[in-house]
Design a protein. Structure first.
Length: 182
């Protein structure tokens, strides 16, 4: 029983690394992710992960991990490129650095991009017999912690550096996108 729970916890934590990196990127861009947006990200990610875990336990994979990786790559690359563009545009326009909060729609879009990886992982794990309920419970905890810590770390770094680190957020998202396909 202990090893089944450990397996679920490790799986949940590994899926949360993407959420940490994305939240860090937003924090570097001085964008806050409020508690409501964290819960939106959590709910969307858990719906995808839960569906994948339960479907994986019942059937064979219907989406290849490669396809999920390329879709995730495209979404993260587009978000990263937009962040870079926005950073350059704001710098050229001479805008001051202000902290913002992402909208619920932006949180949902981020959650979908983070969930695509979880789809493939969850489906494969479901096929392998991982305890779906334990994995979802651990994932709720690890994703919340990852988003809150990532965003806080990015915000603190951006405040201490006293320079516009918005470009760093774009670079992190593009790097995350590239890691999806390597």
């Amino acid at each position: 029983m202990f090893f089944l729970l450990l397996e679920s916890g490790v799986l949940a934590a590994s899926c949360s690394l993407d959420a940490f990196a994305a939240a860090f990127a937003y924090g570097c861009n001085r964008v806050r992710i409020s508690f409501l947006q964290v819960q939106i990200i959590n709910i969307v990610c858990k719906i995808f992960l839960g569906c994948a875990l339960f479907l994986g336990a019942k059937a064979r994979a219907w989406m290849t991990p490669g396809l999920a990786a390329w879709i995730c790559f495209g979404i993260l690359l587009a978000l990263g490129a937009y962040k870079l563009y926005d950073s350059i545009r704001n710098r050229c326009a001479g805008e001051t650095i202000k902290e913002k909060t992402i909208s619920p729609w932006q949180a949902a879009a981020l959650a979908v991009s983070l969930s695509l990886d979880g789809l493939a992982v969850g489906f494969g794990a479901g096929l392998g017999g991982v305890n779906a309920w334990a994995t979802l419970a651990f994932a709720l905890i690890t994703d919340t912690a990852a988003v809150v810590m990532g965003c806080s770390l990015g915000l603190n770094l951006a405040r201490k550096m006293r320079v516009n680190l918005a470009w760093l957020g774009g670079v992190v998202l593009i790097g995350l996108a590239i890691l999806k396909i390597v």
